[in-house]
Write a protein that binds this ligand. Structure first.
Ligand SMILES: Cc1ncc(COP(=O)(O)O)c(C=O)c1O
Length: 417
């Protein structure tokens, strides 16, 4: 079967021209995780538009999108119900002298949906939410130390950025590392914090860059809860990446473990800028004392988008859909890798895929695989969590598998089995 995509995809003259202009007026041309220089050659930096499961770069190449804007696209680009809610709210007003009624409506819906939540506060980015959680834990306990898993990403603020430039030792002086899914290491970190332990951060699952993903073990999740209960510390679940994709009421619900605070962003408004911190009643008073605010945090448009996103996600049983298409993709990739004599590892939840190759210490096979898929119109990431959405149907998965079959063949030809 011939590919329906215009070939060859990859960055072109319009992308190159924008990069050259950006290089003059933006440090490095692009900062942070969206910098295409971190990706194999051929990946475009600039995009013109998105629709459903598709993206178009500025040179007109079409891609079947498996990054979903690095998570935010939960229902697909330009979901009509979200677009309609956004248009209605934009016509009324977005950034006013105070919040719109959407603020209260969304807070009520969030509290009803998220199992542990008695209240919610809104922000814009995931980093805002995790930073507010850190402040609330400290305000509630009057203590300083925070436990964070080695390799976990909680955002780009000085206290949590993985890149030390521009930070001071003092910014991170009260962080103590532990190994995710290793209760003994968490206990040791808690002991090191002693009476100064304010909180324990844990991600919905272990999704560190470039290594196998891991679901939390029941022992770890329950143990983390027990440590916090025993020592009077705050258990903080970072749901920024996992939001709505694992379980509608919270990622650790299937384990029967509820955090005291949770941080949300990315998918909750289907691509519109919104974050949230949800908390239990025990933290409510502390939350009133912390000055947590921002000029755009109460914007009505993103809240209207979030309400519409919840409506759709609940109506269609979103998680079941993501699992179904995720299993189709994972099974297809496993079959193909076997057929090509290649050993790959697919880890974590099927709805948030990651494909890594055995015997690939420098990530060269992964880069070759992703670049080969990209040239065939499928936008994968070689080492970061990918994201399925409601807009991915069986046809999309089958089309992606056509491209990955050829991409595996390229890897085999270049590196052998
Ligand atoms: C688990 C987790 N926490 C926090 C963040 C920071 O979110 P943001 O980039 O919106 O500030 C991210 C972003 O990838 C994340 O994956």
């Amino acid at each position: 079967m011939t590919s329906p995509f215009p070939a060859p995809a990859g960055s072109g003259p319009a992308d190159a021209a924008l990069r050259a202009r950006a290089a003059r007026v933006v440090p490095g041309g692009m900062t942070g995780h969206l910098n295409a220089a971190r990706l194999p050659a051929g990946y475009p930096q600039f995009f013109e538009r998105g629709q459903g499961s598709r993206l178009w770069d500025v040179d007109g190449h079409e891609y079947l999108d498996f990054m979903g804007s690095w998570g935010p696209n939960l229902l697909g680009h330009h979901h009509p119900e979200v677009d309609a809610a956004v248009a209605r709210q934009a016509a009324l007003g977005d950034c006013l002298n105070g919040p719109t009624p959407r603020f209260v409506e969304l807070a009520e819906r969030f509290v009803a949906r998220i199992a542990h939540a008695d209240w919610v506060m809104f922000q814009k980015n995931g980093t805002d939410a995790t930073t507010v959680c850190a402040s609330l834990a400290r305000a509630a306990t009057g203590r300083r130390k925070l436990l964070v898993a080695h390799g976990a990403y909680h955002g780009s603020a000085p206290w949590c950025t993985p890149v030390p430039a521009g930070t001071t030792a003092e910014d991170r002086a009260h962080l103590i590392g532990y190994r995710y899914n290793d209760l003994a290491s968490l206990e040791a970190a808690a002991q090191a914090a002693g009476k100064d332990l304010a909180g324990v951060f844990a991600s919905g699952f272990k999704h560190d860059l470039g290594i196998d993903q891991e679901m939390p073990t029941p022992e770890f999740a329950r143990g983390a809860r027990a440590v916090c209960d025993r020592l009077g510390a705050v258990l903080i679940l970072d749901e920024v990446r996992t939001a709505y994709r694992l379980h509608p009421a919270g990622s650790w619900e299937p384990l029967g473990v509820r955090p005291d605070l949770s941080a949300w962003s990315k998918a909750i408004a289907n691509g519109h800028a919104l974050a949230a911190v949800a908390g239990s009643d025990a933290l409510r008073e502390a939350a009133t004392r912390v000055f947590a605010t921002g000029s755009f945090w109460a914007g009505g448009v993103a809240m209207a988008a979030a309400l519409a996103t919840m409506d759709v996600a609940d109506r269609v049983d979103l998680v079941a859909h993501l699992v179904r298409v995720g299993e189709r993709l994972r099974a297809g990739l496993a079959r193909q890798a076997r057929a090509h004599g290649l050993r790959i590892r697919q880890s974590g939840p099927v709805q948030m895929p990651l494909v890594l190759f055995d015997d690939d210490p420098q990530g060269e096979k992964g880069n070759r695989f992703a670049a080969a898929a990209l040239r065939r119109g499928v936008y994968l990431h070689p080492r970061h969590t990918m994201f399925l959405s409601l807009s991915h149907g069986d046809d999309d998965i089958d089309q992606a598998l056509e491209a990955t079959d050829a991409a595996f063949a390229e890897v085999r030809a270049a590196f052998g089995a």
